[in-house]
Ligand binder design. Sequence first.
Ligand code: HGY
Ligand code: MN
Ligand code: MN
Ligand code: MN
Length: 426
Amino acid sequence: MTVNSLMQAIADIGADPIRGGYSRPVYSDADLTLREWFISEAQTRGLDVETDHNGIIWAWWDRQASAGESVEATRRNSVVTGSHLDSVPGGGAFDGPLGVASALAALDELKAREQSGALKRRRCLAITVFPEEEGSRFGVACLGSRLMTGAITREKALNLRDSEGLSFGEVAADHGLTPDLIGEDPARLSTIGAFVELHVEQGRGINTPEYTAADGKQPAVAVGNTILGHGRWRLSVTGQGNHAGTTLMDDRADPMVAAAEITLATRNTAREHPGARATVGRLQPIPGGTNVIASRVDLWLDVRHPQDEVTATVVEKIYSRAKDCALAHGCQVEMVEESYSGTVHFSPELSSQLEAAVRRTVPDAPILPTGAGHDAGVLAAHVPSGMIYVRNPTGISHAPEESVENDDADQGVQALADALSGLLEA
Ligand code: HGY
Ligand code: MN
Ligand code: MN
Ligand code: MN
């Protein structure tokens, strides 16, 4: 099956008629349906599928074991590729699933090469699906890979709560995980000799005049080199809840007004630091009634910059300005860091292998940084990791307009297959 027919097969799952795009929060019906889809596609290809105690799905294309060699032994130092299936609310079709579908299509290509003798494989290949990459339900992005690498403790993870107040521990247990086993998994990590994630490009990296040829053509894929440091901070602004009709304007301590000014201060502070990206994408008034002055407003900051120290400066400045805004409206504000990961530099050695492989299909494939976080970024601190991006003509992501053209997706699969075969023969 081509990557485009695999993507077609899941095109209706988790479509969101209200927001547009897709809403596939982790362990929602949509996410569970996609996980089952992946497992059945993998089993159809004869892969040995297992879900580990962090909810990461591993589909193994095992190699021939030598005499007396156990399966576990063959799987050490394997080549692993994959991505995620969960989405942001109202997200695009490709963010995550394109990497999973491309891995399945690349496997089909690799099996054909092995059959014809063109591929002499010395390592196992695993395709992985990481849960809660977006952090849309429990608030911490790349939760699955952070758990496996110990970047988040079991205790902190189990106590993360979704907007209904359900804890990750409860939900994970409902879906077959054992809370006491969730957490750092060095044994699993040792199976990864190299990790490659194919992902839709989430900005205009390729789709810029710099990479546009005279005939308008742009390269179908790019190779990743760095991921901007990024974090999430929750600000809670507390005021005085009250009646919208009986409370005169001068008698109010309205956290919503303070939150509006904090949002503006966020934008202004980012503008003072070239390259910074600061976003308030989520704001939650409590209690949230139309005729009620909120007693509290929670708002979430997403701040990113190529230099970690600038991210820290921007966050500090936003918080100090937030305190001024709160004070000016008789409110208080508190800030909590919910997650943070510093700038990631992918392994230069693996990235140059990816470059050479990818350029067999796409000779002018650029090497680009990205502002989007990925499981490959979390793994990069522990194992050689790299990324291949597929051109997104709109340059829009985390929105329904995210797009990938069929031909570029096919070239992405070829590039991934070439990258993986080089690694499998190493
Ligand atoms: O937020 C991100 O950068 C990624 O899409 N999880
Ligand atoms: Mn993604
Ligand atoms: Mn995303
Ligand atoms: Mn990712």
